[in-house]
Design a protein around this ligand. Sequence first.
Ligand SMILES: [Mg+2]
Length: 368
Amino acid sequence: MKFKIDAMTLHLYSIPLAMPFRISAGVITDKAAAILELRSGDLTGWGEAAVDAVPFYAHETVGSVADLFRNTLAPLLLGREFSHPDEVTDCMDQYRGNHFAKAPVDAAAWDVYGQMIGQPVWKLLGGTHPRFESGPSIGIKDTPAKTVADVEKLLEEGDARIKIKVSPGFDTPYIKAVRERFPEIRLMVDANNAYGIEDADHIAEWDRFRLLMIEQPLDERDIYYHSILRKKVRNPICLDESIHTMHDARCCADLGSADIINIKVCRVGGLTHARRIHDFCREKGIANWIGGRVGFGVAVAARVAAATLPNCTLPSDCICDSMYMRDDILEEPFTLDRYHGTAPDAPGLGIKVDRAKLAKYTASVIRL
Ligand SMILES: [Mg+2]
């Protein structure tokens, strides 16, 4: 059985966030990204390019995604037949990089394929636990007391794994305040590459806070210096921004750069690559979890499928970032039950897009 890519429509959206989201790279107050609607016969598959208007987390932007679809992905894919989503991704990989633009095509292809054969994507990927844990992420606050207050509020709803964003000047007193107030919680920090190897002694001071992990302390492209840092600290090291490809994961394993890899489906170019990197990490004894990005539920759907994979043994981030969104375009948005999410049993990604809401937040449409 084959599926043909008949049409692709890119909905470029913008929505004000419920609250500003601040990380070491800066602050965003509005979310802008792109929703892909992929048509194959009577079937519609959905994907979301989890970028921003500016290169805030990714190097790619809404503008670069739109350009790639117009000039590269549409000419490459339209009218072409595939028998499996992996083939779509392998086909796109004849062109370099642009993982955030390719990821929604991959997700939409999995969505269409799952609907075509009547299976949920998470099962097709090899997922083993449809119910999985997803913990909240707290942006950088003005004072440690404000972070503690946020943590307190989040813990009222359940025993969450708590992640706080840190950067130089907004770190040790914040971690200390949270750890002293909550001695037993599973606490981790994410530096979004805000430190250098010269900060190793400073980062080693956090050993006493018994962190679940330190996520991406060093440069966003670095793998080597993380291997040096890992020898100097006791807290486990997790790589996020540094892992774009299987090659990166191999270097990480061979150098001993991390105990954990956060696989972001958008950053590695979609579910096909996410599953391949996951399988490699499993073989090498590197634990995984699935990272999130602020965005609509279409992006969440792909992450949810990945979060069911067997080596995702740590709490994922994939639903909680939605707390920054004022609204969703899904008829039934993904929700958490005491910080656990569940992958849908419906075929494909198992989502229905509310067309009226999609239109409401869409700033422009590109039909391909
Ligand atoms: Mg991160």
